[in-house]
Ligand binder design. Structure first.
Ligand code: SAH
Length: 350
């Protein structure tokens, strides 16, 4: 680690803020020493807010129908080889029941942008979940909707919303998405969600096609200003039915490095060690936690759905990624000195 990197890390630690150039420098000068230094500061910062607790969320993939055509995504509408499915209200509730018994107190309903899930249907589902499991949080991750729609879902009882911004750079955004999808609308959605009162999550892929250090630095700067409750970052992984089939996946090490940086930007942020990390590396989620993450989102979807909700190749869903194996997850977290807890795991002090 050179002197300048050391000074930048000190500044990040004390000010929780850097310039875009400083973020870029930090990323470019990633080495063993800077990785260790950032991780140890990140772990200490998290410990002050959340101790050694790891929050778990039960992920229910409610539909892989999607009207969008994001170039990197396996369930994009133009992938004709994708066998489509959607879960009905009863199936979703059965997942919640199973999850509740396993100790989950947050249910995340994620899916493609599927017109079947009108506000009316979703509000009904959310109300029923909240009636049956009043001490549980409901998180939605259903893409871009109108502010009015977000408001209705919030009033029905949804607590949180995950919508990765994907990249804070206009040009990069346009290279990853068809022209009908814009960064401007993505950001409008995120702002609306925050204004309505959701605990709002943003995020991005690490190593997405065409991404450079500059784009990553921009993401970090943007996160500073947005102040999200959550931030989902994971390595990009190619999917065979996309134009990026032959690209190489993003780096697990860089992802963990950025987790540490984000933890230092905002010590109270809820930061998942994502399934993509587990997909690329058997110890990926442990590495994420040891870099400063504090959330894991095991899969609660019905088995038939899991193999079809394939955003990228080889997506893990049967090992520790399966909610049913939460005992295994608990043991793995204990082995590294952490504790899976049974509570909603809301953001502290926001
Ligand atoms: N449709 C919803 C949520 C589902 S996609 C939405 O748009 O928010 C959830 C996330 O998976 C996306 O935000 C994206 O960042 C990630 N993802 C999609 N394809 C991926 C790939 N090939 N590799 C890694 N992550 C991917």
């Amino acid at each position: 680690m050179d002197k300048k990197t050391e000074l930048i890390i000190d500044k990040l630690h004390s000010d929780r803020s850097l310039t875009e150039e400083e973020y870029a420098y930090l990323i470019e000068h990633r080495d063993e020493e800077s990785t260790c230094r950032l991780a140890s500061l990140a772990v200490a910062a998290r410990e002050q807010v959340y101790g050694r607790d790891v929050f778990i969320r039960g992920l229910i993939e409610i539909s892989n129908y999607c009207k969008n055509d994001c170039f990197y995504c396996g369930i994009r509408r133009s992938n004709k080889d994708c066998e489509r499915y959607r879960l009905g209200e009863d199936e979703i509730l059965r997942c919640c029941e199973e999850g509740y018994d396993l100790g989950f107190r947050t249910f995340v309903l994620q899916g493609g942008e599927d017109a079947f899930y009108t506000d009316e249907r979703l509000c009904g589902i959310i109300r029923t979940i909240k009636e049956r499991f009043p001490e549980c949080a409901v998180t939605l991750s259903l893409g871009e909707r109108s502010k009015e729609s977000y408001r209705r879902l919030y009033e029905a009882g949804a607590d949180r919303y995950l919508l990765r911004h994907e990249t804070a750079d206009e040009k990069h955004y346009a290279s990853l998405h068809p022209s009908e999808l814009t960064l401007e609308n993505r950001m409008r959605c995120l702002k609306d969600l925050q204004e309505i009162g959701y605990q709002t999550g943003c995020g991005f892929m690490v190593g997405s096609p065409g991404q450079t250090v500059k784009e990553l630095a921009k993401d970090l700067r943007w996160i500073e200003t947005f102040k999200p409750a959550m931030c989902g970052i994971g390595p990009f992984i190619p999917h065979k039915a996309t134009r990026y089939a032959d690209m190489k996946p993003g780096s697990v090490e860089l992802t963990c490095y950025l987790l540490s940086v984000i933890r230092l930007i905002q010590p109270n942020i809820l930061l998942p060690a994502t399934t993509a990390l587990a997909t690329l590396d058997d110890k990926g989620q442990e590495k994420g936690i040891l870099a400063g993450a504090n959330v894991i989102m095991p899969n609660l979807s019905p088995m038939e759905a899991r193999s079809k909700y394939r955003l990228y190749d080889n997506k893990a869903y049967s090992g520790t990624e399966a909610a049913q194996n939460v005992e295994d997850l608990k043991r793995r977290m204990e082995e590294i000195g952490y504790k899976v807890v049974t509570n909603r795991g809301d953001i502290k002090g926001n």
